[in-house]
Design a protein. Structure first.
Length: 254
């Protein structure tokens, strides 16, 4: 009887966990869909006068990343931490950070925090749109392949998906170029705020470059190392003529 009860309990927990995962996927889907809609609406002439679609697109992207981190990793267990054993709490936080720090969700949470307070920027919108569009299409293609709206939208996905490595490579290059652009804007405007934002964006690039390398060509580290190699090959004379450009580059790659 005890074995039967234990088995039923395990099944119940498994069902609850499965239901939680499905709910998390749905929340993730609707969040990314909102980002796609907002960033597309931002491009409509006159839309800015009606609603700040750009800001809300970046903000919702941040919220989706934060929610996904919570759903995938939970939060550090601090239930038994007190003033007398606060060091144990620090260890728990460090272990949790070690698990989540190199994931793309943390990267784009950080990216959103950098750009949510800055001026609207097409490169930022393209980077976030590509990420959310990929997430939305991947979910719908798997969970609702026969939905009539998906049948309308699927030809574009059928065109984009086989070209994923090339598209990811281009958006990765945009992430790097956005960093140089932000440095230029900060220098010409002599703005301390933009200078700090530029430093934070380059910290984002460093996180991406130094995340654990894996064999998959779609992983951040692989993409960023390939992008930097391409950039150095194509712009070597510029970097040699303007040595100061090597300072942010070296911050990322060393």
């Amino acid at each position: 009887a005890e074995g039967g009860e234990w088995g039923d309990l395990k099944k119940t927990k498994k069902k609850k966990r499965k239901k939680y995962i499905m709910e998390a996927k749905q929340v993730n889907f609707y969040g990314h869909l909102t980002v796609v809609v907002f960033l597309l609406a931002w491009l409509v002439p006159g839309a800015v006068q009606v609603f700040n679609f750009y800001w809300w697109g970046v903000f919702v992207s941040m919220m989706v990343s934060g929610y996904t981190i919570k759903a995938n990793y939970g939060m550090p267990d601090l239930s038994k931490v007190s003033m007398s054993n606060w060091k144990d709490g620090m260890v728990a936080v460090q272990m949790w950070l070690h698990k989540v720090l190199y994931g793309s969700e943390v990267h784009f949470l950080f990216f959103g925090m950098v750009w949510v307070g800055l001026f609207p920027n097409l490169l930022t919108a393209v980077i976030l749109f590509r990420r959310s569009y990929w997430s939305v299409c991947t979910y719908v293609a798997k969970e609702h392949p026969n939905h009539f709206l998906w049948r309308i939208a699927s030809p574009l996905w059928s065109f984009a998906k086989p070209r994923e490595p090339a598209i990811l490579a281009q958006t990765t290059l945009l992430e790097i170029l956005l960093g140089f652009y932000l440095i230029g804007v900060a220098l010409f405007s002599a703005s301390l705020t933009l200078g700090v934002s530029a430093y934070l964006h380059w910290s984002f690039l460093r996180m991406r470059y130094q995340s654990p390398a894996q064999n998959s060509p779609t992983k951040p580290a692989v993409l960023h190392r390939a992008a930097w190699n391409q950039l150095q090959q194509q712009t070597a004379p510029v970097f040699n003529a303007v040595p100061i450009l090597n300072v942010p580059k070296d911050y990322v790659v060393t």
